[in-house]
Design a protein around this ligand. Structure first.
Ligand SMILES: Cc1ncc(COP(=O)(O)O)c(C=O)c1O
Length: 361
């Protein structure tokens, strides 16, 4: 029998992709600072109460994502009515739902650099992506981003703004975002995955003012990455369309129970968020003292650093590898950059020590 001709079935945009690579860590020895997770584990007391709470979850039934208790807690937490949010299996799934719903002539505008999934998902949905180059010094959006003065004035666009931006750690200019929202040829997605670590106000309160605004949130970065729970907020018009394509039981029962429990015990996370912000500033000053890297200020739970001398790249990569330090590295224009998650005090101290040693080599 002849082999299957995969290209007769699978679209080119998928054939051209490589599978997303996740760093696998073998032992607990590695300094794992690559995925912007929280490295704080639950306190013993909370762990016990949590186990007690979820043990009665009815896993024999399909999940009830309309559970009154959970909905009421989320409405209160985000100050929004339930009709204006949907849940996703992580905000990744919500990015996918947004992009799945779009017509092919909507241009997907993505800052560069930013979170890679926007572009990956757009491409396998056969949408055209258009990079928005950030300014090299502060990584802000260009003033002329709206393109109003160009011939494509009426073309439809969707903008994805990670706010604060991954991997640069800064917030984009709010006025530029608001100007884009004033133009109904645009949809603007404000992805607030890291907003717990910043002191900027959420855009959620504008969803009823701007019907072309979508806000994404997640609990992944504050200590619940394993639960996979994200939320999409939007005015009625857009959200009613997304509700049609969201799979009915996309969030499992254990996650729903867990979120209910943790919203009732949010102090556990508040404490760690504050610690992370304090640690970020400490790590920022420690790394700023090293003369071979430049450290960028950050409002998120990670720091972006750049090697000042490109001749150090190979040696630095080898050093990280030899010492089991896992951080996010990049390719192409970004090859001298590294994104480092802010870890626990012990991890940050260890990391700062290693990076100081490298400077002395
Ligand atoms: C900007 C941004 N948005 C969304 C996500 C995905 O989050 P989730 O775990 O909710 O899928 C990430 C994860 O790294 C991110 O950096």
């Amino acid at each position: 029998m002849p082999p299957l001709k995969i290209e007769n079935f699978i679209k080119n945009s998928v054939l051209e992709l490589s599978a997303y690579k996740i760093n696998e860590v073998e032992s607990g020895e590695a300094l794992k600072l690559d995925a912007n997770e929280s490295n704080y584990t639950l306190s013993r007391n909370i762990k016990k109460k949590y186990a007690d709470f979820i043990k009665d979850t009815l896993i024999n039934l399909y999940p009830d994502s309309g559970s009154k208790n959970l909905i009421r807690l989320l409405e209160k937490f985000y100050g929004t009515a339930a009709e204006n949010f949907i849940f996703g299996n992580g905000s990744d799934e919500l990015i996918s739902i947004i992009l799945l719903s779009l017509k092919k002539d909507v241009a997907v505008k993505i800052p560069e650099p930013s979170f890679s999934m926007y572009g990956i998902i757009a491409r396998y949905n056969d949408l055209k992506t258009e990079p928005v180059k950030l300014d090299e010094k502060y990584f802000d959006l260009p003033e002329n981003i709206s393109g109003d003065k160009t011939k494509d004035k009426n073309s439809k666009k969707i903008f994805f703004f990670s706010y604060p931006n991954n991997p640069t750690g800064n917030h984009f200019n709010r006025d530029i975002i608001k100007n884009l929202l004033e133009n109904k040829n645009n949809i603007v997605v404000v992805d607030e995955a890291y907003i717990f670590f910043s002191n900027k106000e959420s855009f959620i309160k504008y969803i009823n003012k701007y019907d072309n605004l979508i806000v994404l949130r997640t609990f992944s970065k504050i200590g619940l990455a394993g639960l996979r729970f994200g939320m999409l907020f939007s005015g009625n018009k857009l959200i009613n369309e997304f509700k049609k394509i969201k799979l009915p039981y996309n969030i499992n029962s254990l996650t729903l129970s867990s979120i209910e429990f943790f919203l009732n015990n949010f102090g556990e996370f508040d404490k760690n968020i504050k610690k992370t912000v304090g640690q970020r500033e400490k790590l920022y000053s420690a790394l700023s003292k090293l003369d071979y890297i430049h450290v960028y200020p950050s409002d998120a739970n990670f720091l972006l650093v750049r090697l000042k001398n490109k001749n150090l790249k190979n040696k630095f990569d080898k050093f990280l590898n030899a010492n089991n330090i896992i951080v996010r590295s990049f390719t192409g224009d970004m090859e001298l950059f590294y994104r480092i998650t802010v870890g626990t005090p012990a991890e940050n101290k260890k990391l700062a020590g290693y990076l100081k040693d490298f400077g002395a080599l």
